[in-house]
Design a binder for this molecule. Structure first.
Ligand SMILES: [Zn+2]
Length: 300
């Protein structure tokens, strides 16, 4: 039963939520980078170019953090208190990171969701770099380890599905690890491949609202997918594809926590492949994902 006065509170709550949700999803309406120059960061990016903007942003972020830390230290000293520093964004949050694939695919089959009759390979082989020859499982692990370190610096607790390539963990088992740990979210890191080597871009993937296994997690998963894709695009300058909603992913269907897959870029595009093997650029990629996770929790 719902009383009338709760309805008006609910209406207000829903309005607030709508505003917050639109904060992460607003770029859907303006896919062109040039059309988004509503903030100084974006304007700077338009003027200075993508690579320069990334390092300028980092420098700005670093100096902002430093001066914020310095200010709070000074304030605490001035007040003569032992007040702790500002609470980090990730405090009290548990993030599960699944570095996609593993050294050897596992082509035994498992149900695509709880109780499903349809089955899929436990772990597909993944793609590989057309220029560098680096396998997808290595790139996903490298970025996942960087992401772990950044998230821990920001106060998050992190559970890693894997930290080496020599594992044998099916996609349903990966989701179960996140479920059993009580993770707040599951972030699955992948890279894309295409027969058309000219294709570039990044996308995120979540379930549909009518997913028979965890459709109730759609709204949160969709918002997580928007937040991660927006922040990742913002940081890296990689072309935005879209959020793909599908119920065909075992590792999504078995999840009982909000989940997204990030396809970071196309390893079948020679330039994008080389770019994603640059160590400095990898740090930017991981930082962008972490920013998206921050944005997801900030709006929660
Ligand atoms: Zn993959």
């Amino acid at each position: 039963m719902i009383h009338r006065h709760t309805i008006s509170k609910l209406t207000a709550l829903i309005l607030v939520l709508l505003v917050l949700v639109s904060a992460c999803g607003k770029k859907d309406e303006a896919p062109e980078e040039g059309a988004q120059a509503g903030t100084t960061e974006e304007a700077a990016e338009a003027v200075t170019g993508e690579a320069a903007a990334a390092s300028t942003e980092e420098a700005a972020a670093a100096s902002t953090e430093e001066s914020a830390a310095a200010a709070s230290t000074e304030e605490a000293a001035a007040a003569g208190t032992t007040q702790a520093a500002e609470v980090l964004p990730g405090t009290g949050r548990l993030v599960a990171i699944d570095a996609g694939h593993q050294a050897q695919g596992n082509f035994d089959r498992e149900p695509i969701g709880p109780g499903a009759s349809e089955t899929k390979a436990k772990v597909a082989g993944g793609t590989s770099g057309v220029s560098t020859g680096v396998p997808e499982y290595q790139l996903t692990l490298d970025i996942s380890l960087l992401l772990r370190d950044i998230l821990e610096e920001r106060g998050y607790s992190v559970i890693m599905v894997r930290e080496t390539n020599d594992v044998n963990i099916s996609n349903s088992e990966r989701a179960a690890l996140a479920n059993d740990a009580g993770a707040d979210i599951l972030v699955r890191i992948h890279a894309n491949g295409s027969d058309d080597h000219s294709v570039t871009g990044a996308m995120t993937i979540c379930q549909t609202p009518s997913n028979p296994y965890n459709g109730q997690l759609y709204a949160a998963s969709r918002r997580l997918s928007d937040c991660v894709l927006d922040a990742y695009i913002q940081a890296t300058g990689i072309r935005r594809e879209y959020v793909w909603e599908t119920d065909s992913m075992s590792g999504i269907n078995w999840a009982q926590v909000p989940v997204t897959i990030l396809e970071m870029g196309y390893m079948t595009n020679p330039d994008q492949d080389r770019m994603m093997q640059d160590r400095d650029f990898q740090a930017v990629m991981a930082g962008g994902i972490a920013d998206g996770i921050d944005a997801y929790f900030a709006a929660e």
